[in-house]
Design a protein around this ligand. Structure first.
Ligand SMILES: [Fe+2]
Ligand SMILES: [Fe+2]
Length: 447
């Protein structure tokens, strides 16, 4: 156990080292003194324990898992550099040398040093082996936006006649999978925000997130989940081979135009075949995504469908139905599920659809709802035993005034109020992205 005085001395010397890096040129004695002091103190502590951790958790300084009171005021340089470099925690290990500490202070305070995981790699390359940097997990909105960017790049590569690289696609799907496995509610919430310019890219990401969630709910194994995530992310990649004019056309298509659209699953699976390391399964899922459970749809085939195809078909239909399109007013999620239920056993595998409906709930996470009390809230989790009674957070009171902070309310435990309708977030002027970003951050903090 490290004494409070010792803790204070260590933090002070490290903070002073960071501060002097900013004020003095390299080699100045004002830098050497606090660095040496930090080294002496750390070596002392590491005689009796294996390692020591200093961290930044949601902008609060943490020492050995305990928040440091007044950390922001007492050690601002240290905290600012950790935050700026997206470092979650610094772990000093027994055997740490003075030179290693110097390198750490240098890179943490460095103007153009990389951030996060890259910074850790840089330190390692410099021969630092007794200090580990743990990096902040990316926030879900960053992951979501990064995925949209990746789909855009991949599709642009195809349009330019290039073969897209597989690595960024794999990375994005790994990130989405991790988000879905750790906190599906937060990232599904993002798929419900439908205010964007380019339908195709966001739709691709949404379908991937929804499909990964459905795959998880169906307990498919990790390799299959990865294939489903990629297949869903790139399911419409073949649309790059169909003219924009046809894709964006409002109203009915001529039969020639329709024939063109129907080529996109085959075009897509052909693109996948040329990409490095993409499996046959991924190509098959893309080829089959418009073939329905009863074999109607397109392309025409009588051969057996892969059982995982339905995961993408269902997710695709749900995202398309709940989005405003040139030819369609969006359905609210509850209506979309009702529409889909009408096609159970025809377009959709009834078992998979049931799992889906249970997962999404009557009022999916991210849906804005108006209550019988006239209050407005956002759904934060689905109650599997009573889909019409989700847990929500109230955002507006009965007079339409925004509440100073969201108020949690579990409708299953409070019979005084019920959901009477859904509310369109764009007309209600609510920034749901910011809301789910914050939710995610709070959960991470709590966990
Ligand atoms: Fe499609
Ligand atoms: Fe689609």
């Amino acid at each position: 156990m490290i004494s409070p005085d010792m803790q204070d001395a260590i933090l002070k010397s490290i903070n002073a080292a960071m501060k002097s890096k900013k004020l003095y040129p390299p080699g100045h004695p004002a830098i050497a003194a606090p660095s040496k002091k930090s080294y002496d103190l750390l070596t002392d502590v590491l005689k009796t324990q294996k390692n020591l951790m200093i961290g930044n958790v949601n902008d609060a300084l943490v020492f050995e898992d305990h928040p440091v009171s007044n950390g922001e005021q007492m050690f601002p340089e240290l905290l600012a550099h950790l935050a700026d470099k997206q470092v979650d925690a610094v772990i000093f290990e027994k055997g740490v040398t003075e030179k290693e500490l110097f390198s750490l202070f240098d890179t943490l305070a460095g103007q153009d040093a990389p951030k996060g995981q890259e910074l850790h790699k840089l330190l390692h390359a410099k021969g630092v082996t007794h200090i580990t940097l743990k990096t902040v997990r990316k926030k879900i909105v960053e992951i979501y936006n990064g995925a949209v960017e990746t789909v855009k790049n991949v599709m642009n590569d195809v349009r330019l006649g290039k073969i897209p690289k597989s690595e960024p696609v794999n990375d994005v799907v790994n990130e989405l999978t991790e988000s879905v496995l750790s906190d599906a509610n937060a990232i599904i919430g993002l798929t419900m925000i439908k205010n964007y310019d380019n339908y195709l890219y966001n739709h691709s990401v949404n379908v991937s997130i929804i499909a990964l969630s459905l795959g998880k709910a169906m307990n498919i194994d990790r390799d299959e989940l990865h294939a489903v995530g990629i297949g869903a992310l790139l399911h419409d990649i073949g649309k790059t081979g169909v003219s924009e004019q046809i894709i964006r056309k409002p109203g009915g298509l001529s039969s020639d135009e329709w024939e063109k659209i129907k080529e996109h699953p085959l075009l897509g699976s052909n693109i996948i075949k040329r990409m490095d390391g993409m499996t046959e399964l991924i190509g098959k899922l893309i080829y089959e995504h418009h073939i329905r459970f009863d074999h109607s749809g397109y392309p025409q085939t009588m051969s057996n469908l892969h059982p995982l195809t339905q995961i993408i078909t269902i997710s695709d239909a749900f995202d398309a139905l709940t989005t405003l399109r040139v030819y369609q007013q969006p359905h609210n999620p509850a209506e979309a599920l009702r529409v889909m239920l009408n096609f159970s056993g025809r377009h959709f595998n009834p078992d998979a659809l049931n799992v889906f409906i249970n997962m999404i709930g009557t009022y999916p996470v991210g849906t804005l709802v108006r209550l019988s009390s006239n209050e407005i809230g956002v759904v934060t989790s689905v109650n599997k035993d009573a889909l019409e009674l989700p847990a929500i957070k109230l955002l507006f009171d009965k007079n339409g005034e925004a509440l100073p902070a969201p108020v949690p309310l579990d409708l299953a435990a409070d019979s005084s109020r019920s959901v009477i309708s859904t509310v369109n977030p764009t007309t209600a002027d609510i920034d749901l992205a910011a809301f789910f970003e914050k939710e995610g951050a709070e959960k991470e903090h709590a966990a």
